[in-house]
Design a protein around this ligand. Structure first.
Ligand code: ZN
Length: 111
């Protein structure tokens, strides 16, 4: 693939380089100037890698059981220590996202 990006500093030719970042599955695309060494990461691929790092960097993985609730609803027991470390309170609203078939991400509404 021929890349025609130009260096914002010296107007030299930018070379596309794939960089592997620790803990991220996808390589990050970066552009490097052959002349002055200036380089930057492609926004789209760096944010993708950052998201992957966040997911793999989970400090703790606790096995929990899914609880069957009435009307086919399911619930998940949240360990007291987890709740405390996240300052989670009963009745709080959270956002659940499903990035793929193996993951369920719970985003807390509070900062
Ligand atoms: Zn340059």
């Amino acid at each position: 693939m021929i890349n025609m990006e130009k260096c914002p500093k010296c107007d030299g030719k930018m070379k596309e380089v794939k960089v592997k970042i620790q803990d991220a599955d996808s390589p990050v695309t970066s552009y490097q100037c052959a002349k002055c060494g200036y380089f930057y990461f492609e926004k789209k691929s760096i944010s993708k890698a950052i998201n992957e790092i966040k997911i793999t960097e989970t400090p703790l993985a606790i096995k929990q059981k899914i609880i069957k609730l009435s009307h086919d609803g399911l619930g998940m027991y949240i360990n007291r220590d987890v709740a405390r470390s996240l300052n989670l309170k009963g009745g709080e609203e959270v956002f659940v996202s499903v990035p793929d078939k193996n993951r369920l991400i719970v985003n807390l509404a509070h900062p």
